[in-house]
Design a protein around this ligand. Structure first.
Ligand SMILES: Cc1cc2nc3c(=O)[nH]c(=O)nc-3n(C[C@H](O)[C@H](O)[C@H](O)COP(=O)(O)O)c2cc1C
Length: 365
């Protein structure tokens, strides 16, 4: 079911690696510094035992749900990742079409190679959320939000874990930059569109250091809410107290995330902190999670810990690299199949059957 006849996402990544330039593969795959958080994100899910129930009628299973009131066919969404045209020519248009076919949400990165209007049009039917990086140029940031809102996105996802970019040593070695012809299309009008080669460093890290605002604080969530009517989702939380602060400042949801291990190396695996954040939020808003989700069983673990849905980052990029729109769609459908299968084996007919006792033996009586 995975593209390229891969049996799983590890095999798919190897196929993607053969098709991508070294600069593109390393940019997608890498984490910060020693890449400890990157590895731990994957490993931590796998360490959580699933206390499967038996003798439950699982002959019919339902994976559909809602996120922020939006119906989706499964609790698996597309995380915002930059520069999809490094993976295939159609880039973000292919991703949006795949999301529409799988009836799920795509979160479009600020740093996309395709403008938000085009992506909204291509994904006709797919609910699109827009991920925002706040530029030092606040006028340009406001214009960007207005542009996304006018294009028809349904929420703004404010990324809060990137005051500077993490140091990704593979990008430094490759002197990562966007190849000729590719730009940050959402920022063309504001003159912040080029990520050129920069001496002996990552051109993207230099771009971010120059352009993004490292002075962001919680009061800026209120500022953002004042410039848009859309719900604001805060992405990049790993602490219960920060989750509560986000809600107190008006966030409509939080994403537990360490940016796929690309920011602070040493930041905890999201699987390790999700449960305590869900507990602190006490049902006031929905909690989403990403980082290292590679199996349907990982999705089931996240739901059992209380997440409303998970986001997939790199797996979508591997799908795009191997087979474009078909590839990204294939990844979503294969993860759906895995989730469906693991729900059956765990004694869950509905998503609401994925309760804490499935992952926490202390909860079993
Ligand atoms: C190549 C790449 C680019 C990314 N670009 C962004 C981005 O532009 N904005 C953002 O908020 N997160 C970005 N992320 C982080 C993802 O949204 C997500 O948190 C992470 O990829 C989830 O982990 P996973 O790749 O293990 O699934 C990026 C991640 C990758 C791998």
């Amino acid at each position: 079911m995975f593209p390229g006849a891969a049996l799983n996402l590890d095999e798919l990544e190897q196929l993607a690696r053969e098709r991508l330039s070294k600069m593109a593969y390393d940019y997608y795959a890498s984490g910060a510094r020693d890449e400890g958080t990157l590895r731990e994100n994957v490993a931590a899910w796998r360490r959580i035992p699933l206390n499967h129930r038996v003798m439950v009628d699982v002959s019919k299973r339902d994976l559909s749900t809602t996120v922020l009131g939006i119906p989706v066919s499964m609790p698996v969404l597309i995380a915002p990742t930059a520069f999809h045209r490094l993976a295939c020519d159609a880039g973000e248009l292919a991703t949006a079409r795949a999301a529409a076919r799988s009836r799920t949400v795509m979160i479009l990165s600020s740093l996309s190679n395709t403008g938000v209007e085009e992506v909204c049009a291509a994904g006709a039917g797919a609910p699109l959320w827009f991920q925002l990086y706040v530029y030092r140029d606040r006028r340009a940031t406001e214009a960007l939000v207005a542009r996304a809102e006018a294009a028809g996105v349904m929420a703004i996802v404010l990324t809060v874990d990137a005051p500077l970019f993490g140091r990704r040593e593979r990008d430094v070695r490759n002197r990562f930059h966007l190849p000729e012809g590719l730009r940050v299309e959402n920022m063309t009008a504001a003159g912040h569109a080029d990520v050129p080669e920069r001496g002996a460093e990552s051109g993207l890290a230099a771009y971010i250091a120059e352009k993004l605002d490292p002075s962001l604080t919680w009061k800026d969530v209120a500022w953002l809410r004042s410039v848009t009517r859309l719900p604001v989702i805060v992405k990049g939380i790993v602490r219960p107290d920060d989750a509560v602060r986000a809600l107190d400042h008006g966030a409509s949801a939080v994403v537990v995330s360490n940016h796929g291990g690309r920011q602070l190396d040493g930041s905890p695996a999201t699987a390790a902190v999700l449960g305590s954040i869900v507990d602190a939020v006490r049902g006031r808003v929905e909690v989403l999670v990403d980082g290292g989700v590679r199996r349907g069983t990982d999705v089931l673990r996240a739901l059992s810990l209380g997440a409303r849905a998970v986001l997939l980052g790199r797996p979508i990029l591997w799908g795009l690299a191997v087979a474009g729109e078909e590839g990204a769609h294939g990844v979503l459908e294969a993860v759906r199949d895995e989730l469906d299968h693991s729900m059956a084996l765990a004694g869950c007919a509905r998503l609401s059957d994925a309760t804490r006792d499935l992952v926490d033996a202390g909860g079993i009586r």
